[in-house]
Design a protein around this ligand. Structure first.
Ligand SMILES: [Zn+2]
Length: 208
C-alpha cells in the first residue's frame, strides 16, 4: 500500500504531536509526585511536643482536638505515630516486640469494667489521672495477656528505652501506661526522675 506524500506528512505530524503530549504528561506527572512526596515526608528534627497536663484537677479540655490515626488496630494521636512506630520497630529488633492494649478512648467516665475487647484489663487498674490521659490519644497501655510475668520483659524494655522515643511512664504502679510528651522533654523527665506535673511546674518557675 502506498501512502500519498500528504498522508505521510500527516502521519509524521500526528506522531510528533502524540510524543510531545506524552512528554508533557510525563513531566507533569513527575512534578506532582515530587510535590506529593515532599508533603508526606516526616522530618524527625521537627520535634513533636505534647505537654498537656491531664489529671483529676485538669481533665481533658472540651475543646481539645488531636488528629487521630490507627496503629495495630488502636486509635492514637497522629503526633506520636512516627515515634511509636520507631519504638515498636526497635523493640522487635531487641526481640521484645511491644503489644498495644489500649490507646485513645473517647470518654473514660462512661466505661464499665466488663471485658471490653477495646480496653485492656490493665486499664481498669489505673489511677483516674492515667485513665483520663487516654482521652488525649497521647497515652498508650502495653500489655499482652493478663499475667504480669508475660509482660515483665516488655515493661523492663520500656523502662529503659521509652524516653528515647518521647514517652514517659506515668507512675511506678502502672508499668504498662506510657504517655507521649516529645523526645526532648521525655529525656529530661526521665533523667531527673520527675513527673510531668513537677516538670511543668519547674519550667514555669524558671520561666522557660
Ligand atoms: Zn493507660
Amino acid at each position: 500500500m502506498h501512502l500519498s506524500i500528504k498522508h505521510q506528512l500527516f502521519l509524521k505530524m500526528a506522531t510528533s504531536i502524540f510524543l510531545l503530549l506524552a512528554m508533557i504528561f510525563l513531566i507533569v506527572f513527575l512534578l506532582v509526585q515530587c510535590l506529593k512526596k515532599e508533603e508526606d515526608t516526616y522530618y524527625p528534627n521537627e520535634e513533636a511536643e505534647a505537654l498537656i497536663l491531664i489529671s483529676e484537677e485538669h481533665p481533658c479540655p472540651e475543646n481539645y482536638y488531636t488528629q487521630l490515626t490507627s496503629m495495630e488496630g488502636k486509635m492514637i494521636s497522629q503526633k506520636m505515630k512516627d515515634h511509636l512506630k520507631a519504638m515498636m520497630k526497635q523493640s522487635c529488633t531487641d526481640l521484645v516486640c511491644l503489644t498495644l492494649a489500649t490507646g485513645y478512648l473517647e470518654d473514660v467516665s462512661v466505661l464499665e469494667e466488663p471485658d471490653s475487647l477495646e480496653v485492656s484489663n490493665w486499664f481498669f487498674e489505673e489511677s483516674s489521672s492515667s485513665q483520663l490521659e487516654h482521652e488525649t490519644g497521647l497515652a498508650i497501655d502495653f500489655s499482652k495477656g493478663d499475667q504480669t510475668s508475660s509482660n515483665q520483659k516488655m515493661w523492663d524494655w520500656l523502662e529503659n528505652h521509652a524516653h528515647l522515643y518521647g514517652f514517659i511512664r506515668h507512675s511506678e504502679e502502672e508499668p504498662w501506661h506510657y504517655r507521649f510528651v516529645g523526645m526532648e522533654h521525655a529525656k529530661i523527665i526521665k533523667e531527673q526522675n520527675l513527673t510531668l506535673e513537677t516538670y511543668l511546674q519547674t519550667n514555669e518557675k524558671e520561666g522557660i
